[in-house]
Design a protein around this ligand. Structure first.
Ligand SMILES: N[C@@H]1[C@@H](O)[C@H](O)[C@@H](COP(=O)(O)O)O[C@@H]1O
Length: 245
């Protein structure tokens, strides 16, 4: 697992976007795994800018998103589908039919089938963008005695519900379940970049770099097993975690 420490969150976002642009330029038919969440959100304006500046072409790119809340309509303004449309897809030349964000409204078992078809029907992911939850989750894979490899329905951790309640009227409105890629799905991506910032992520990032352990109590720690996973944090977060470098 590689660590990159930037001078600021803004610089982290630019760095991640630049990596994605380079990847698409090297492989115009790239299949990208995408992420929502407040941290990943600020990566997308840099991708849109690169497109507007003629530096990248998304016309042959396909995408699969990590997760969605169960019961969430794709039309709901806080759905991950709407987030992706608003932040990215509606502003670049990607074909909408080449983008997939699971529907939280469909029958869960049928949607798991569709999700797997999108993940494995043609080729594996060339890249996966990740954020990390305050619980240490990736996608919505929460800490637990065991982790699940494949696409599944996951009960959200109380800390995730609290953290994500900022997007809803109240914590009671946050869905309690999600449909998510499993850790095995994420780990099959050829290249993974995780971006983290902010004081709330200090406990999980500190734990991640405290030692060499991999544990289902800290789902993000599975990235230590990946050949090409990079964690991008800013100096402020690194300092909080006591990480030198
Ligand atoms: N399901 C998403 C995760 O994929 C994301 O990593 C996490 C981090 O969010 P934020 O960056 O807003 O802290 O948010 C949600 O829970």
């Amino acid at each position: 697992m590689k660590l990159i420490i930037t001078n600021s969150y803004e610089e982290s976002c630019k760095y991640v976007a630049q990596e994605m642009v380079s990847l698409v330029n090297a492989n115009p038919v790239a299949k990208l795994g995408l992420a929502t969440g407040g941290t990943a959100e600020q990566v997308y304006p840099h991708l849109v800018k690169a497109y507007q500046d003629g530096k990248v072409d998304f016309s042959n790119v396909t995408t699969v998103n990590l997760d969605e809340y169960l019961g969430m309509s794709p039309d709901n303004p806080v759905s991950y589908r709407k987030c992706m449309d608003n932040w990215f897809f509606d502003h670049v030349n990607i074909k909408k039919e080449n983008t997939y964000v699971a529907s939280g409204l469909n029958d869960p078992q049928a949607e798991i089938k569709t999700f797997n078809q999108k993940l494995y029907g043609d080729k594996l992911l060339d890249f996966q963008l990740l954020g990390v939850g305050v619980s240490g989750h990736i996608g919505f894979n929460e800490p637990s005695a065991v982790l699940t490899a494949g696409v599944h329905i996951e009960e959200l951790d109380e800390s995730t519900i609290q953290a994500n309640s900022r997007y809803f009227d109240s914590p009671a409105d946050v869905p309690t379940k999600s449909i998510t890629m499993g850790v095995g799905d994420i780990m099959k991506a050829s290249k993974i970049i995780l971006i983290a910032t902010g004081d709330s992520k200090q406990p999980v990032i500190s734990k991640l770099f405290a030692d060499d352990s991999v544990s289902s109590d800290l789902p993000v720690s599975v990235l230590k097993l990946h050949r090409d996973a990079t964690i991008v944090i800013d100096r402020a977060l690194a300092d909080k975690c006591g990480i030198k470098g």
